[in-house]
Write a protein that binds this ligand. Structure first.
Ligand SMILES: Cc1ncc(COP(=O)(O)O)c(C=O)c1O
Length: 454
């Protein structure tokens, strides 16, 4: 089931100037590819990293009007914030870095159109996501297809639309892809994905970035291959007329707010790719370091330090530029959460209030059927109250519970904003990534939430 696309029309598409690119990889060959940091039209946003411009500003919206127009609960995404976050990230990345938006973070059609318009590539993990990005106007040559369990039919779709890269996750998948490519009479650009343990996943040394890991894993081993299998697969690919080995992929941890850990992961991935390329005598054209750039979900979480990230990646890029083996290697980054998370909010209305065993409870009309992440990960998200009911300012703690028949359906516990009144609107912040699509919309057969794009 695909969520409804944006309820409001997107702003008119802004054409980006195209500039010639060194065709170092199939992704680079696409007309939409721009050097990182150089693709905004003159007069585009010039922003310091961080700051309020990089968050949706609910105070400038008429939430009551939106609630009447679209009914509650609904998601709202600010595409201008998405654009500014793309610009902020591009502004700090070295020139050899390219962005492919991780569609799984938010596959809303208007969000995808915005990313395509901004000239990003796309990282897809299923034929469904592939179809969505083609519909949204991405150039297939700028799409990378990564993920475990790709069916033959999905590989065949990717081959037939001509995606720029397929990331192969196992020796078995490599052979299936070769057979499919052979039937199609095509030579397919591939990356080989390395399985990462927690220590090399990009997670900070202190432990995983997410308390419960929804993205990636450190245990099951479903992502990528062991180094021995990867090396054998690389040899196999280099001998195959159907497979065009471009480089390696490694990604294991999401929501990393430790710039040093992210830089370490990028450095280790390049070092691994370089070693393999030297050993097997092939040209390392691409390394794909996945996503993982984190955001803060609560006021006491330090945000990712973008200055440190810029410095760390800049130092790596300088060293690579001086090495003939890596000077022309392109680095693909697949951010999801960082680009869209803070651009979105989930707005819901209070339908009931009560006290149970002395504690204030507000029941709202939306819950984990649309926004499961706080319950799933055990990480509360900021929630704001927009009403002016009498409980305001008392500081009393309230539990905000959704309408589903399960005790898991709690949006926030012990929020100190005083008991709201029936009819007030509440907004869960930072809900633009892994919100709707990570949820359980069929439970209790309630309507899907609208998704409003500004
Ligand atoms: C292969 C791949 N790339 C990129 C991402 C995006 O990660 P994030 O949202 O942390 O940037 C994911 C998330 O699961 C992924 O699996």
């Amino acid at each position: 089931m695909s969520p409804p696309s944006g309820a409001l029309a997107a702003p008119p598409a802004e054409e980006l100037p195209s500039s010639p690119q060194p065709a170092t990889s199939p992704l680079a060959a696409g007309p939409q590819l721009q050097p990182a940091g150089a693709e905004l039209p003159p007069g585009g946003p010039e922003l310091p990293p961080g700051g309020p411009e990089l968050l949706i500003d609910l105070d400038r919206l008429d939430l009551d009007e939106l609630a009447v127009r679209h009914d509650t609960p609904f998601y709202v995404y600010d595409l201008a914030v998405v654009e500014r976050r793309v610009a902020a990230l591009r502004g700090l990345l070295p020139n050899s870095f390219r962005l492919a938006y991780a569609v799984k973070a938010n596959p809303n059609a208007l969000v995808l159109e915005q990313m395509a318009r901004l000239g990003l590539g796309a990282d897809v993990a299923s034929a469904g996501e592939l179809e969505r990005v083609i519909d949204a106007g991405f150039d297939p040559a700028r799409v990378v297809f990564t993920g475990p369990g790709k069916r033959d039919s999905e590989l065949a779709s990717a081959v037939s639309v001509g995606v720029g890269l397929i990331t192969v996750e196992s020796p078995n998948e490599l052979r299936r892809l070769e057979a499919i490519a052979s039937m199609a009479g095509r030579r397919i650009p591939i990356l080989l994905r390395r399985s990462l343990g927690l220590e090399s996943s990009g997670a900070p040394a202190a432990g995983p970035a997410e308390a419960v890991r929804i993205i990636g894993d450190e245990g099951a081993g479903k992502f990528g291959m062991d180094v021995d299998d990867l090396r054998a697969s690389a040899r196999y690919a280099l001998d195959s007329a159907q497979l065009d080995l471009q480089g390696v992929h490694a990604f294991g941890a999401s929501n990393v707010r430790d710039a040093a850990a992210l830089v370490r992961h990028v450095g280790q991935t390049m070092a691994f790719g370089r070693e393999l390329a030297v050993e097997l005598s092939f040209e390392l054209r691409v390394i794909d370091v996945g996503g993982g750039l984190g955001i803060s979900y609560s006021d006491d979480e330090e945000p990712l330090d973008l200055d440190d990230l810029q410095l760390g990646l800049g130092a790596l890029a300088q060293a690579w530029a001086a090495d003939p083996r890596t000077a022309a290697t392109e680095v693909l980054v697949e951010p999801g959460r960082f680009l869209v998370g803070p651009a979105g909010a989930y707005v819901t209305r209070v339908v009931d209030t009560k006290r149970v065993r002395g504690r204030a409870i507000a029941i709202v009309d939306g819950g984990i059927n649309h926004l499961l992440r706080p319950a799933l990960v055990g990480q509360p998200q900021r929630i704001r109250r927009f009403g002016t009911g009498s409980g305001q300012g008392t500081g009393e703690q309230v539990t905000i519970a959704g309408p589903l028949c399960t005790g898991l359906d709690i949006l926030a516990q012990d929020v100190p904003f005083g008991p709201p009144e029936v009819g007030e609107l509440l907004a869960v912040l930072d809900a633009g990534a892994y919100g709707f699509t990570e949820s359980m919309p069929l439970f209790l057969s309630r309507p899907l939430a609208a998704e409003v794009c500004l």
